[in-house]
Write a protein that binds this ligand. Structure first.
Ligand code: ZN
Length: 198
């Protein structure tokens, strides 16, 4: 089932997600619906806050992103990232590598806005999967960026918070308009504008 995606201005996007203590049918159904919602909107990542649930759950699928490669180790073994997609991360904890790089990002909660964001080039993330098993992922490239974007969402942090002040200033009228629309209760069916919308 496709869920509605909250837009910038909704306070749930600023809420820190609660830790998931029990992976039950409710969590499994929500994860499934989030995957459908992400695919339906042509996005490559979605966090629970974006569908009105402030809990530590996010889904990703970078398998269709061809021009921005990723590497991935799952539990210490090199694997092709697309074989692990869609990826469900529950209660993720992230360690950032020291080196950073700039890259373009969009967000399903910010229709038609993209920005250059500085992120760690490589990360290690420890999480649980839908079976409750612990997983460890070491990744570089676009998947590393995407996971950082999603883990930020789970902590109430949005990609505009990581833009340069100049970039944010030039977007300020667009952001105000979006916020007003959200306050008025406008409903949208956002679609990704690029293959980099999370
Ligand atoms: Zn996002």
């Amino acid at each position: 089932m496709r869920l509605s995606i909250l837009q910038y201005g909704d306070p749930i996007l600023r809420a820190k997600g609660k830790r998931i203590e029990k992976i039950d049918d409710r969590v499994r159904d929500l994860a499934q619906n989030m995957i459908e919602t992400m695919h339906g909107a042509n996005g490559v990542g979605l966090a629970a806050q974006q569908v009105s649930e402030a809990i530590q759950l996010s889904v990703l699928d970078v398998s269709q992103v061809e021009d921005r490669p990723s590497t991935m180790k799952l539990n210490g073994r090199n694997i092709a990232p697309e074989t692990a997609m869609p990826l469900v991360l529950i209660n993720p904890q992230i360690d950032l590598g020291a080196e950073t790089e700039m890259g373009a990002e969009g967000c399903l909660s910010f229709p038609e806005i993209t920005g250059e964001i500085e992120r760690a080039k490589s990360i290690t993330v420890r999480a649980q999967n839908l079976d409750g098993d612990p997983i460890e992922i070491e990744t570089t490239g676009f998947l590393a960026r995407a996971i950082q974007h999603e883990v930020d969402h789970l902590n109430g942090i949005l990609f505009i918070d990581r833009m340069s002040s100049g970039a944010k200033t030039s977007l300020s009228s667009k952001l105000k308009r979006l916020q007003k629309e959200t306050e008025r209760g406008a409903k949208h069916r956002p679609k990704a504008v690029a293959e980099t919308t999370l």
